[in-house]
Each structure stands twice: as C-alpha cells, then as structure tokens.
Design a protein around this ligand. Structure first.
Ligand code: DAH
Length: 330
C-alpha cells in the first residue's frame, strides 16, 4: 500500500487529488477490489482480513483528507494573490468634462421648441447675397444692411450674418405648413464686451394658411418660452424694425439682476432686450413663391442668453477657451 500513500502525497492539485480519490476509493477502485477478495478468504481468517483492510482504508482516508485540506488552502492562497487589489495604488483619474455654457443654453432652447413640434433645420455657414439678404427683403443698397457688418469672400460669397437664411432655404425645400427653428453659428465684424466675430443664434419660423398665424400666437409662444428660460420674469414687446418682418418687435424681459428696479446691467431701465421677432413680410413670401400664407418669425442670440443665465460679464470670455472659466460649468 506504500505507493497508494505516495499517490495521495504526490497529488499537486485538487484535480490530481480527485483522480487519486477515484482510483483508490471509487466503486472500481483499488480498495473496492481488495474488499471484493473477502468472499474468497476462508472463514476463520475473514475477520482479521477485514479488520486489516478497514484500518488501511481509514489511514488512507485520513491521509487523503489532510492532503485535501492542504491543497484547498493553497488554492485559496493562489486565488487571493491573483485577485489582490492594492487599494493604496493611484488609479487613472477620469477628467470630468462638461458642455460649454453656450451649447448647454442652445440645447435648452432646442428642447423647448422641439417639444412643441418645431423641426430643427440647418444649412451652411457660407452663404450668398440672395439667401442672406435679398430674399429677406434687404435689397442691395438698403440702409438696414448696415445693421450687420459682413465678412465677404473675394467671389462675392459671405459668412452668414444671421440664421435667417435658413428660413429661406427651408421654405424653398418644403411646402407650408412650416414650424422650424434653426440653431447655428453666425459671423459679424464686431468685437467688444458684448460682441464677438462669431456667435450663435436660434431662428424660428412658423408658416401656415393665410389667417392661421397671428401676432397673438407669436406673443404667447415667446412669452412662455422666455419664462421657461428665465423663470418668473415680465415680458414686454416693443415696436421695432426688421426688413423681413412687418410689423416687427423687440422683446424685453424684466431685468433678472435687479428685478426691474434698475441697475448697471439694464442701464437703469429695468428691462433687458432679448430677441427680435415679427410677422413675416409679404416680400419674403414673394421671394420664395409662397402664396396665401401667413407666418411669424423670431431670432435670438444664444450667447446673450447664456451670459444672462450665468451672469458672465464679458462675452469674449466664452470663446477664449480658458479652462478656469469652463471648469465652473461642470
Ligand atoms: N436676423 C435678426 C438678426 O440677426 C434676428 C431676427 C429678428 C430674426 C427678427 C427674425 C426676426 O426672424 O423676425 O438680428
């Protein structure tokens, strides 16, 4: 039986030991074969033979159990080592980013209008004179062109000065009814605390059969929109002029800094100008061959709204990419 003990002691893994167990203690194992010999043993010797065999079996079983415990402990040790985590080690720290405040504001604006079933339209930033000016009732020598200082290309193309050309392109592409907004970057030759050469606008346009779209509709939606953006503010419509709308209005909210009392931000008027709007001028519909329709339009500056919402004093700081400013918006 010497080599049976050696077999147990030499098993160097739980799998190997399991094989040994089957070989020794299994139904067709070595011990079973020994016990089977009993029937051939003559009567008087049977007892002694059986006793000897049982002792051997018990000894082997004890040896087996001990080896099993040893191997099991080794296995656990090995697993612990393999899966050990050094909690004192520095990991790679993930840098948390954030949306730029202009994009966050843009998203908030888009969310409002898409919830009201407005489609989101886009077109290129390089425009031509027709879509940026002519079709919007701004003929060549119209003085209103001075309102927008334009970057021109040598070939007569230009960087769009507003998102209003997207109105024109969408009306050429689609048939009424139209309910759209056009978010995007626009460009003007301007640079001071409240102006940068590139900024963002959201244009809105609603067109339907004649008589279906009114100034009252425009007033209702813009009032609700501004209260969604700024909370409990007063909204006022002031007569104004835009070539592409008639009548036109500029819309003010009560100053969110002083609550309408008058302060430096609102130039002591209690009001802050926030967007332009109006009823689409018939000349615009003529330019896109629309007949028997009515519509309203509006346009707003996204940076201006972001500045007000976050109380950012200098618009230029939004585009300097200074991480110290951006980190405040995480
Ligand atoms: N396009 C104008 C601008 O850039 C903004 C604007 C005003 C758009 C009135 C409109 C509108 O659609 O009706 O200053």
């Amino acid at each position: 039986m010497e080599n049976l003990e050696a077999k147990i002691l030499q098993a160097d893994s739980l799998e190997a030991l399991e094989k040994v167990r089957i070989e020794l203690f299994g139904k067709k194992g070595v011990l079973a074969a020994q016990f089977a010999k009993m029937k051939d043993i003559p009567g008087p010797e049977k007892k002694a033979f059986a006793e000897g065999l049982n002792k051997q079996k018990a000894a082997l079983q004890a040896l087996f159990d001990k080896r099993y415990e040893e191997l099991k402990a080794e296995e656990i040790e090995r697993l612990l080592k393999a899966e050990a985590i050094d909690v004192s080690l520095y990991g790679t720290l993930a840098q948390k980013g954030a949306l730029h405040p202009v994009m966050e504001t843009m998203d908030k604006i888009i969310d409002y209008f898409t919830a009201l079933n407005f489609s989101v339209e886009t077109s290129g930033m390089v425009e031509d004179d027709f879509h940026n000016f002519e079709a919007l009732n701004l003929p060549k020598y119209h003085p209103a062109r001075d309102m927008q200082d334009t970057f021109y290309f040598k070939d007569g193309g230009l960087l769009r000065t507003h998102t209003s050309p997207v109105q024109i392109r969408t009306m050429f592409k689609e048939k009424p009814p139209i309910r759209m907004i056009a978010p995007g970057a626009v460009f003007r030759r301007d640079y001071d605390v409240t102006h940068t050469p590139m900024f963002h606008q959201v244009e809105g346009l609603v067109v339907d059969e004649k008589g279906k779209v009114s100034f009252a509709n425009l007033k209702a939606i813009l009032t609700d929109f501004l209260q969604y953006m700024f909370g409990d503010v007063d909204v006022r419509f002031r007569p104004s002029f835009f070539p592409f709308t008639e009548p036109s209005a500029e819309v003010d909210i009560s100053c969110i800094f002083c609550g309408g009392e008058g302060c430096r931000v609102c130039s002591h008027t209690g009001w802050i100008e926030i967007l332009g709007c109006g009823i689409v001028d018939p000349n615009v519909f003529k330019a896109v061959d629309y007949e028997d329709v009515s519509g309203y339009a509006f346009g707003l500056g996204v940076e201006r709204i972001a500045m007000l919402m976050h109380k950012i004093p200098d618009l230029r700081s939004l585009f300097e990419g200074d991480i110290r400013l951006l980190e405040q918006f995480r």
